[in-house]
Design a protein around this ligand. Structure first.
Ligand SMILES: [Zn+2]
Length: 57
């Protein structure tokens, strides 16, 4: 399946076995998006801005 980049509108390929939380990076602008929701044939992406946050404690 495919998703439009929310930033530059380029088409990003999404693998069929994508999982929630996976990071997709745009081949055009390099922005990264996190998969927040998966429906039967579409995915919802949210900007991955959590770089540097520490969830491991
Ligand atoms: Zn982009």
């Amino acid at each position: 399946m495919e998703q439009k980049c929310q930033d530059c509108d380029a088409t990003m390929k999404i693998l069929d076995d994508v999982v929630v939380g996976e990071i997709i990076s745009c081949p055009d602008c390099g922005n990264e998006f996190e998969v927040s929701k998966i429906d039967s044939n579409s995915v919802t992406l949210s900007p991955a801005e959590s770089v540097g946050e520490d969830w491991g404690e």
